[in-house]
Write a protein that binds this ligand. Structure first.
Ligand code: GLA
Length: 397
């Protein structure tokens, strides 16, 4: 299909293709994969719980083709850096972004489906470290591209799992499935409720009427994010072991209810207790939030967002002063129905449900206060809900 270049998005595609031709002297195919937001259900994915994410209109775009050189060649437009790898073993001294790509290629190699080498130029507009899953987009876009270019016909769910494995093995983050799933299965204008136990999803329309979701980027990313993330998994596991010793039917915090948590305060230890309490409450909040969406009860939805933040900050302890401050600032604003930190935590964005008429005032109040307190400017993003990873037609120019 031939499409005329008409907008910013296509300028990016043209830039990628030009760079690809300049570097590798061949014609690429083009793919893109989105970042994600999550309405509610934070850290619930690796506890067999529910999440309520959506893909967004911020993407990583890839120009890619196979080569016959016995090495993979990568170029990042945004970092203006290149990397070449001959093998996909872990522990090689390569740039961090290349680790993710190698991680994905390695998954195909493991199942005997990497039958060529690749040249790749990529770039995008998902802010890195903002909790919008730029790494999942990088992984999923490449997985989708290899699957199509090599005509492997692997099902999308398998690609999601391979991308998740890449993150585990090459980035050292024992992440759940949410980010990669959203990057592949996202659907325009719809959020989806994903059951992370049986890995099935159900789409819900996101009808916010006079309200909008606005992200505020703290522009901080604490280095402990990945070590604390892995630690949370272990702490939850301690909770599971304890409840399992009371009832062998319990295999995940998903199986625990509020009464059980209340019946054993501080058990098995104060930390695991707090983590379990948050988790059981949060899994229940996802149910309530989907109901609120169906009932178009945005006040209830907003209140659940605030409760979620309180839990993430006080019980799960994955927030930070910058995120807490942004949420605190919004609390007295009656045009803001809800606000919470989003994603893994320790920096990144807050998600805010705001009346449309208040957006510009909100931005200026928040920016001023935040700058005064932290000597840096926050960034604001108004995102649209978009489709998952796909090939895009090459524009004519
Ligand atoms: C990160 C992980 C996800 C999920 C979120 C928290 O984004 O990659 O799997 O656990 O944190 O909800």
């Amino acid at each position: 299909m031939r499409v005329l270049i008409s907008n910013e998005k296509n300028k990016m595609i043209k830039k990628l293709i030009d760079k690809f031709k300049e570097l590798y002297q061949s014609d690429p195919r083009v793919f893109k994969a989105p970042g994600r937001i999550n309405i509610i259900g934070e850290h619930t994915d690796y506890n067999d719980g529910f999440v309520l994410p959506a893909a967004i209109d911020k993407h990583i775009t890839f120009a890619i083709n196979s080569n016959t050189l016995k090495k993979h060649r990568f170029y990042s437009i945004d970092f203006e850096q290149s990397e070449e790898v001959h093998t996909l073993e872990t522990g090689q001294k390569v740039k961090l972004w290349a680790q993710y790509l190698m991680g994905v290629l390695a998954q195909f190699e493991k199942i005997g489906k990497l039958n060529t080498h690749f040249d790749l130029v990529f770039g995008g507009n998902i802010p890195v470290g903002a909790g919008l899953s730029s790494s999942a987009a990088l992984e999923c876009g490449l997985a989708k591209a290899i699957n199509i270019i090599s005509d492997l016909k692997l099902p999308d769910l398998e690609l999601v799992k391979m991308a998740q494995k890449a993150e585990h093995e090459y980035a050292g983050v024992q992440c759940g499935i949410m980010d990669q799933y959203a990057s592949v299965f996202g659907n325009e204008n719809q959020v989806f409720k994903l059951d992370c136990r049986d890995i099935s999803h159900q789409y819900f329309p996101l009808e916010l009427d006079d309200y909008e979701l606005i992200l505020v980027n703290t522009k901080v990313k604490h280095s402990l994010a990945s070590s604390e993330y892995n630690l949370r998994r272990q702490e939850c596991q301690r909770g599971v072991q304890f409840y399992n010793s009371l009832n062998p039917q319990i295999n995940a915090l998903r199986d625990v209810n509020l009464e059980m948590v209340a019946a054993y305060p501080e058990q098995p230890d104060p930390i695991a207790y707090k983590r379990s309490k948050y988790m059981v409450e949060e899994i229940e909040r996802v149910e309530k939030a989907t109901q609120a969406l169906l009932n178009k009860d945005l006040v209830e939805l907003g209140s659940l967002l605030y409760q979620c933040h309180e839990g993430l900050s006080k019980l799960y302890e994955v927030s930070c002063p910058e995120l807490d401050y942004l949420v605190e600032l919004s609390l007295p604003m009656k045009q803001v129905l809800g606000s919470r930190m989003m994603g893994g935590g320790f920096g990144g964005c807050t998600l805010n449900l705001i009346h449309k008429d208040f957006i510009s005032e909100f931005k200026s109040i928040i920016a001023q206060a935040y700058e005064k307190r932290f000597y840096k400017s926050p960034e604001f993003y108004e995102v649209e809900i978009s489709n998952g990873a796909s090939e895009i037609p090459i524009p004519e120019y």
